[in-house]
Design a protein around this ligand. Structure first.
Ligand code: NAI
Length: 512
């Protein structure tokens, strides 16, 4: 297999950045250059404030550069590993690379044929086109992005058309990291899938890529398959994970109307080793840039292959997911007496899940929209990992449904840096992500040991404050259930009790 000395990663995002950092860390003899068309992203990677929030990433990037020092006085330029470079100069990076990872974004098409389901390959194809024009003969091209099946073959054709007679192998090597645990996942992957053409050149290229991973991944975890299997395996992997979430959420809807507790169901069912306990937590459903998109892509593939039943089957996973968050928001409205007029509602958590600042396809956006359908309301948002500008970009354009309420009050949406201020005077606090900070009541904040209680909580409490926590329901204290105006106490019927499952009420509010 060819020896790899120079790697170029195109796309300095959630996948490209961390992947490049780990490869550089474990392969000090390989120069890893990460390029992006967005100058801001590159600037941020070269600054002490990385563009993405991932536990361990800062340390990793720092350790990767100077071997140890966490010296805050060190110049940013002196922080990273000498073999990890973030640059805007795609041309020279591509031209000298032995191996090129394409890690650009591949969102769902919003216009044209297959809109809403098919993948928008504009960015990917633009990057592939640049590679086809500039790469040296013999360069290995690796699809790191999640792409439609058949893309490796299509890219090979693209190269052959643009540069006849040039041999460039295209491999599929999908990424399975989960945001919020990217570093951990990359350091200890369950598996690395390498899909290649079943030719000698294809196998040699796959062996070269495997040798890069073999510096830290046990050989038994590196699986060689054909390119189609590799591309499809990524879609199936996400579809299966999402399917478990929708499955348990569909059961939570049944539990809501009966005497069953969905957490008890999950515990009982998850004991079966054939099912397993993971990904069985009922909640607001999945958000983020991958699950919905990849299921849409799988649906589109099935449709294109003339398999409408298969398409419907997987599409229903996304349908159930949307239902869940609307159901939650409607329940909030109902519990607040079917009117949000003049009320303040606090949302704790905005990123699509905990430990990330990624706001793409945030569950909170759908919840807010459903609340706004009721008319003007005050929305207060706090998230420990998100930048204010990212939240504002996502909620920009959300407006109350015209005529939904006679109120002349304006809708206010504000991002807070302090969770207590966000919750001050709120009629309801919606816990959107399972961030550790929100998980338990009566905890410290800021980690400085000081017990801090909101000025608002004790005063707003007793009868006014509702905490809607679909995620960690059982650990919440419910001390003032009876005190809440819309909470019936001793006369609660079984059904009403079960209704409480999705909607918890608490008298005090404090954060870890
Ligand atoms: P991202 O949006 O964070 O990063 C993509 C980067 O590519 C952006 O910085 C963009 O400016 C850059 N880019 C786009 N076109 C370019 C071009 N022609 N030349 C140079 N740079 C270009 O995307 P993210 O989240 O890293 O996802 C990348 C791929 O990985 C997607 O296909 C996604 O489905 C897949 N994936 C994502 C995971 C995640 O957790 N975010 C996990 C597994 C796979």
């Amino acid at each position: 297999a060819p020896t790899i000395k120079n790697i170029c990663v195109i796309g300095a995002g959630y996948v490209g950045g961390p992947t490049a950092a780990i490869i550089a860390l474990h392969n000090p003899s390989i120069r890893v250059e990460v390029v992006d068309k967005d100058p801001r992203r590159i600037r941020q990677w070269n600054s002490p404030h990385l563009p993405i929030h991932e536990p361990g990433l800062n340390d990793l990037v720092r350790v990767a550069r100077d071997g140890a020092s966490h010296d805050p006085a060190a110049k940013p330029e002196a922080i990273r590993a000498p073999n990890l470079i973030f640059t805007l100069d795609a041309h020279s990076s591509i031209a000298k690379a032995d191996l090129i990872f394409l890690a650009v974004n591949t969102p769902t098409k919003t216009l044209g044929r297959g809109a809403g389901r098919a993948t928008n390959m504009a960015s990917f194809d633009a990057a592939a086109n640049e590679v086809a024009r500039l790469a040296r003969p013999g360069t290995i091209v690796v699809e790191k992005s999640t792409v439609p099946c058949g893309t490796a073959k299509r890219i090979r054709h693209m190269v052959e058309t643009l540069r006849p007679g040039i041999s460039i192998e295209v491999l599929s090597n999908p990424e399975f990291l989960a945001e919020g645990s990217a570093v951990e996942n990359l350091l200890r992957p369950d598996r690395v899938i390498i899909g290649s053409a079943r030719t000698t050149a294809g196998r040699q290229a796959a062996a070269a890529l495997a040798s890069v991973y073999a510096t830290w991944v046990p050989k038994s975890r590196i699986l060689h398959v054909n390119a189609w299997s590799s591309e499809l395996a990524k879609l199936v992997s996400n579809a299966m994970l999402a399917q478990r979430i929708s499955s348990i959420n569909s059961i939570s809807a049944i539990c809501d109307r009966t005497g069953a507790d969905v957490d008890e169901i999950a515990r009982a069912v998850g004991r079966d080793p054939r099912i397993g306990p993971h990904f069985l937590k009922a909640g607001l459903g999945y958000g983020g840039s991958c699950f919905r998109k990849d299921i849409a892509s799988l649906t589109y593939l099935a449709e294109s292959l003339g398999l409408p039943e298969v398409a419907d089957y997987w599409n229903q996973v996304n349908v159930m997911n949307e239902l869940q968050r609307r159901r939650f928001a409607r329940k909030v409205v109902q519990r607040l007496g079917d009117s949000l007029d003049g009320k303040k509602i606090a949302l704790l958590g905005f990123a699509f899940k905990k430990n990330t600042g990624d706001t793409r396809e945030s569950v909170a956006v759908d919840v807010i929209q459903t609340l706004l359908d009721e008319g003007p309301v005050e929305i207060a948002i706090f998230d420990p990992c998100c930048r204010e500008e990212d939240i504002l970009r996502e909620i920009d354009g959300l407006v109350p449904t015209p005529g939904s309420s006679p109120s002349s009050l304006p809708t206010v949406m504000r991002v807070y840096a302090d969770p207590y201020q966000a919750c001050e005077q709120a009629s309801a606090v919606l816990v959107i992500t399972e961030s550790d900070q929100f998980r338990n009541s009566s905890h410290r904040i800021n980690g400085n040991g000081a017990q801090r209680r909101t000025a608002a909580a004790p005063t707003t409490a007793k009868s006014k404050l509702s905490i809607f926590n679909p995620i960690n329901r059982l650990s919440h204290t419910m001390t003032s259930r009876a005190a809440h105006p819309s909470t019936r106490s001793s006369s609660s019927s079984e059904v009403e009790d079960e209704e409480q499952q999705l909607v918890k009420v608490s008298s005090t509010l404090s954060f870890r």
